[in-house]
Design a protein around this ligand. Sequence first.
Ligand SMILES: [Zn+2]
Length: 194
Amino acid sequence: MYCPFCRNPDSRVVDSRMADDGSAIRRRRQCPECGRRFTTVETTSLSVIKRSGVGEPFSRSKVINGVRKACQGRPVSEDDLAMLAQEVEENIRASGAAEIDAHEVGLIILGPLQKLDKVAYLRFASVYQAFESLEDFESAIALLRHESDVEAKATTSKAEGKGSEGKSPEVRSPEAKNTEAKNTEAKNTAKSTL
Ligand SMILES: [Zn+2]
């Protein structure tokens, strides 16, 4: 198992535990070369079914290669790409599926890529979802704007709510709350898998 950060071929297991549902064993490993930690998951094999109908093992490096081009010239590091691929794999495995269509893998990539870099996301989505017109870009950008507005509002109302806790819990829309909860959850996931 190569270290995903420095490619050192050796790593030390620092912790092993079974996933809550018993479907996988997670091992925390530390690279003796660069000292960074990462998680490996031992689980049943996961196949990606290509458009031709042929299945092949899921590969994080294919996910990374798929998004790398969209990230050209953007402030996205190799570590970011490694984390994105890990998140994609975990999302798929969390669904419990043993097989997944290649097309669906692309859909799952869109989520973490949007969080990582909006421009890379638009590039990837435009190719992946075959944007054909300016309108396709406009509606994708409008959606991004809407989502960042909702995020900003959630942050603002959180800041405003500091001195007046319990006063007006209905100020925040359920939508904003959900977005915020999701963001927190996503951040926690990213942290706990490193
Ligand atoms: Zn390393």
